[in-house]
Design a protein around this ligand. Structure first.
Ligand code: ADP
Ligand code: MG
Length: 354
């Protein structure tokens, strides 16, 4: 679903401009695959590529990237590295999300039938607060040996993300929202988040609402994941829980994630890994980034092109089982991408129905 109030207008010929931030590690090679596929089917998107130098401490590149996303309305990104360990240099990924006020992160976690896992047919949507909580980056050493780190929870952001989760459930025919928290210990911060989601639930009587403490939630997820439908949580729990769910479904290389605010949307691989150790070896799973590109096409309203790629990904992964080693296969990254392109060409030649 398109949550954004402002979908950017297409340029002449129905084309959209999208900011592409390849990032570090496996980001650039995965973006290359996306471009190959888009070029093959003639997807009506022009990328404005912005590279961010991880070695400089100033934020000029990031500010420029933010400017281009404000101009284009939409971005696709890999994980951006921040090499500096200086406390004043903040994570570029966090800065980008905060400055574009993309307060909700959505991960659709649906099992791939072609990937062998302990649990089958999982279908969980994780909605994560994306701009505050433990990611406020407000840390200081008050006296030597004593570090304080602020976790910020606001009523307004809790409300926006709770509204987002219930609207998401409603529009997608979901039955239940589970709010995940630790309000028994963090009574004020998580208490506010939980209380806000309970109030929101009253406005959606057709959707069941329950809550679960984060520690129990992790145990329940690995033991009985089918009890979950839509999950709503603060920022850090969202990061941890989405990694748990990705692990259940086959790891970091499959799922995509979507950052939404009221004005901008940015698409990326769901667990936001850099993958430094596997970069340049032709072994990275390209599917997570390709799924991010499908999400982006849908957001822009290019449904036909999105379906073309989605069907080819489905056939490649679940029917032909051409998979990279992280999900039990022996194929290289380029084998997978070539198989996806071959699928589309087998079905349509070079005249695509879009
Ligand atoms: P971080 O960005 O948190 O440092 P890593 O890059 O270390 O994360 O990734 C975590 C793990 O997931 C690593 O073992 C990495 O190889 C693996 N991984 C991440 N992305 C992919 C991918 N696209 N294909 C295969 N493995 C991946
Ligand atoms: Mg790592």
């Amino acid at each position: 679903i398109r949550q954004q109030k402002l979908i950017p207008k297409a340029h002449y010929g129905g084309r959209h401009a999208v900011t592409m931030l390849p990032g570090g590690g496996i980001g650039p090679e995965c973006m290359g695959y996306v471009r190959d596929i888009f070029k093959y089917i003639g997807a009506p998107v022009d990328f404005e590529v912005v590279n961010i130098d991880p070695n400089v401490d100033n934020d000029h590149d990031v500010q420029y990237a933010i400017t281009t996303i404000k101009r284009n309305g939409v971005g696709i990104k890999g994980n951006i590295e921040t090499k500096s360990e200086a406390a004043y240099v903040t994570s570029r990924n966090v800065a980008l999300r905060n400055e574009l006020d993309m307060y909700a992160y959505v991960m659709n976690c649906k099992s791939f039938p072609g990937v062998t896992t302990r649990h089958k047919d999982i279908n969980i949507s994780i909605i994560r607060q994306n701009t505050e909580g433990e990611y406020a980056m407000l840390e200081h050493e008050s006296v030597h040996g004593v570090v304080e780190s602020m976790k910020v929870v606001t009523a307004s952001n809790s409300e926006r993300v709770a509204r987002f989760a219930f609207e998401y459930a409603k529009r997608n025919g979901r039955k239940k929202v589970t709010t995940v928290h630790k309000a028994n210990i963090m009574k004020l911060s998580d208490g506010l988040f939980l209380e806000t989601s309970r109030k929101m639930a009253e406005q959606y009587p057709d959707i069941e609402h329950n809550d679960m403490i984060i520690d129990n939630c992790c145990m329940q997820l690995v033991a009985k994941p089918h009890q979950f439908d839509v999950m709503l949580m603060t920022n850090l729990y969202g990061s941890i829980v989405s990694n748990v769910v990705c692990g259940l479904l086959g790891g970091a290389g499959l799922l995509s994630g979507r950052n939404y605010g009221d004005h901008y949307a940015v698409f990326e691989p769901g667990t936001r890994n850099t993958g430094t150790a596997i970069a340049g070896k032709n072994v990275a799973n390209p599917i997570a980034m390709i799924n991010a590109s499908i999400d982006m096409l849908e957001h822009l309203g290019h449904f036909c092109h999105a379906d073309l790629i989605r069907n080819a990904v489905n056939k490649t992964c679940n029917v032909d089982k051409i998979l990279t080693p992280d999900v039990g296969g022996t194929a290289s990254s380029t084998d997978v991408v070539n198989a996806i392109i071959a699928c589309m060409s087998k079905e349509y030649g070079t005249f695509f129905p879009c």
